[in-house]
Design a protein. Structure first.
Length: 255
């Protein structure tokens, strides 16, 4: 009998591989080939949109317990869906860049599964900012920003696969740490950026400038410290970009 996976074009196999690699959702479809994972990165923003939608649904269902508590639990729901994949990258990078002096020190600390003071502080600040910004937003604006932030932040994070080198010989991110093609990048941007238009084209333009600036700064820093990126760097970048979108959105409606 012909394996149904073989009948699927590479982009569709890549979409399924993206949900397997980036979430805890039971997408199945094993085993995956390197060509499938090559397309998986292009679907990361689509995965983000699904995670953002799940976060908003949890936020609305839990609204009776109060907006503050609902925001905390909704953020917890998003981490349950992803396995706190990106938050782990944020903590590892904070520990490594905060505590390492040489390139080898940074990579060694980043590879250590234990969390240190810098990582704990980074996580507390990040989760507190998500809690406060989501609780302060009107419900429908929160919905727009949750989906937009999860999708667009992933689009900008995986764009490093176009411009930077993966610095580890082996690693958990190795299967997807392949140079992105122009087609893959275009697909990722199509999945990730249009969500920003929900709050108007002016907001989208301002947010893109903020994200592009942060991407440039973080990318230069990664290259200067370790010569490229790791999977943890991508997770850290995604968290920074997601927070930037929340804060920009809150500032936009407040202004």
């Amino acid at each position: 009998m012909t394996d149904s996976r073989v009948l699927l074009p590479p982009p569709l196999r890549g979409m399924r591989a993206a949900f397997v690699a980036l979430t805890r959702l039971p997408a199945g479809g094993f085993p995956y080939r390197s060509s499938d994972y090559a397309w998986a990165t292009a679907h990361a923003p689509l995965v983000g949109a699904v995670v953002g939608l799940a976060t908003f649904v949890a936020f609305r269902l839990l609204a009776p317990v109060g907006e503050g508590a609902a925001a905390v639990l909704a953020v917890g729901a998003s981490m349950l869906v992803t396995g706190a994949f990106h938050e782990d990258g944020l903590a590892d990078c904070a520990d490594a860049f905060g505590g390492g002096y040489t390139r080898d020190d940074v990579l060694r600390i980043m590879h250590d599964s234990r969390i240190g003071a810098f990582g704990a502080i980074a996580l507390v600040i990040a989760l507190a900012l998500k809690w406060q910004t989501l609780a302060a937003l009107p419900p429908m604006r929160a919905a727009m920003l949750m989906i937009a932030a999860h999708a667009a932040s992933r689009a900008f994070a995986i764009s490093y696969l176009v411009t930077l080198d993966y610095v580890r010989a082996e690693g958990k991110a190795k299967p997807v740490a392949q140079r992105m093609s122009v087609k893959s990048l275009a697909l990722a941007l199509a999945f990730g950026l249009p969500w920003l238009l929900w709050m108007g084209w002016r907001f989208a333009c301002v947010t893109l400038v903020v994200l592009a600036s942060l991407r440039f700064i973080a990318g230069r820093y990664f290259v200067r410290r370790i010569g490229g990126y790791t999977g943890d760097c991508l997770g850290c970048a995604q968290q920074v970009f997601e927070l930037a979108i929340y804060l920009t959105g809150l500032a936009w409606i407040s202004y």
